[in-house]
Design a protein around this ligand. Structure first.
Ligand code: GRF
Length: 309
C-alpha cells in the first residue's frame, strides 16, 4: 500500500516518510487543538450539536489544512503540500484550475501535437525542451514520464505545471506499457531525454518513427547496453578519441541503433576529463535537441492530411 502511495505522489522514499510524519503531526495537533478550543469555549454535553459540528468542520477545513502547510514547510516539503492544498481548493471551486482547457479547432485546423518526455534523471534536457516549446502553436509538452520517484525532472514538471506519470517496471515491460495513459492524453510523439529503460516493443509498434532519443556520443560508437551517462564519456576519453558529440535518433527495438536524425560534434582536448566532456556534451544537447525535436514534429505534421485535404 505504501509503495502505491509513494508512486502516486511521485516522491522518493525519504520524502514519503517525511510527508507521512507531517500528516501524523498535523492529525495529532489538530485533535489536541480541537479539544483545547472545545474546553475554552465551554462546550459540554448540553451544547447544541450544531455548534460542535461547526467547530469540527472549521477545524477540518481551515485548521487542519493550515497545520498541514505549516508542518510541510517546517519539514522542507512546502511544494508537495502546496500542490496538495491547491488541488483541494480547486475541487472546492475556491481556486481556479491551472490546467489549460483543451482548445477547440475549426475545420481543417490541426490540433497541436502532444508530446511525452520520458526521463529518469536531472532533466536538464527536459527543461530546455519545455522552455523551447512553451507557447508553441503546434506542439505542446503534455506529459513527463519517469521511472524514478524523486528524480529532478519531476520537480521541473511541477514548476511548469505539466502532468507527470510515474511508471513501474512490471506494467511497463509486462503489462500494457502505459499506453492507455498516453492515449488518454493523445500523445503523438515520445521524446527520450535521459530515460534509461529500454522501450518495449508494443510502444515502438504504436509509435513508428515517433520516438526520438538523444545519445551523448557519436553513434554507432559508444552506444548499446550499459553505455549511458558518465560511462560513455569515460569510455570515449579512455579510448583517446579526438572528438565526441551527440546523436539524435529514432528509437527501434535495439539500444541506440535507430535511424540517425542529427549529429553534432565537439573536439576533445588533452586536458579534458569525463566530467569536462560531459559538460561540453550537455551544452550541445541543450543547443540542438529542442530545435531538432521541433523540426521533426513539424515535418511529420506537414505530412498529415488535414480535414480539408
Ligand atoms: C543526457 O546526456 C542524454 O544524452 C542522455 O541522458 C542525459 C540526460 O541528462 N540520454 P539530463 O537529465 O537531461 O540532464
Amino acid at each position: 500500500m505504501f509503495n502505491r502511495l509513494q508512486q502516486k505522489w511521485g516522491v522518493s522514499t525519504r520524502q514519503f516518510w517525511i510527508i507521512f510524519i507531517a500528516f501524523g503531526l498535523t492529525g495529532t495537533t489538530a485533535a489536541f487543538l480541537t479539544r483545547y478550543i472545545t474546553g475554552w469555549l465551554g462546550f459540554d454535553a448540553n451544547t447544541h450539536w450544531g455548534w460542535k459540528l461547526l467547530l469540527r468542520l472549521s477545524m477540518l477545513l481551515i485548521g487542519y489544512q493550515a497545520l498541514l502547510l505549516f508542518y510541510g514547510a517546517l519539514l522542507g516539503q512546502w511544494s508537495f503540500f502546496w500542490k496538495y492544498e491547491r488541488k483541494l481548493l480547486e475541487k472546492l471551486k475556491i481556486l481556479k484550475s491551472q490546467k489549460p482547457k483543451a482548445p477547440t479547432y475549426r475545420g481543417g485546423q490541426q490540433p497541436p501535437t502532444s508530446i511525452a518526455i520520458f526521463a529518469s534523471g536531472a532533466g536538464s534536457n527536459a527543461r530546455k525542451i519545455i522552455e523551447h516549446l512553451r507557447d508553441h502553436d503546434s506542439i505542446r509538452v503534455a506529459l513527463i514520464v519517469c521511472n524514478k520517484p524523486g528524480a529532478g525532472v519531476l520537480a521541473i514538471a511541477d514548476e511548469y505545471g505539466i502532468d507527470t506519470l510515474l511508471i513501474e517496471k512490471e506494467r511497463f515491460f509486462r503489462g500494457d506499457a502505459y499506453m492507455p495513459e498516453l492515449a488518454a492524453r493523445n500523445i503523438g510523439f515520445i521524446v527520450l531525454a535521459g530515460f534509461l529503460w529500454k522501450i518495449p516493443g508494443a510502444l515502438i509498434l504504436a509509435y513508428p518513427r515517433k520516438i526520438i532519443n538523444i545519445h551523448p556520443a557519436l553513434l554507432p560508437g559508444y552506444g548499446g547496453k550499459g553505455m549511458y551517462g558518465m560511462h560513455v564519456h569515460e569510455a570515449v576519453i579512455a579510448a583517446g578519441e579526438k572528438e565526441s558529440g551527440i546523436t539524435i535518433h529514432y528509437v527501434n527495438e535495439k539500444f541506440d541503433e535507430g535511424e540517425h536524425i542529427f549529429q553534432s560534434s565537439c573536439p576533445i582536448e588533452q586536458a579534458d576529463t569525463p566530467e569536462s566532456l560531459a559538460q561540453k556534451i550537455h551544452a550541445l544537447e541543450h543547443l540542438h535537441f529542442p530545435i531538432v525535436i521541433e523540426k521533426v514534429i513539424l515535418k511529420d505534421r506537414s505530412l498529415q492530411p488535414t480535414a480539408n485535404s
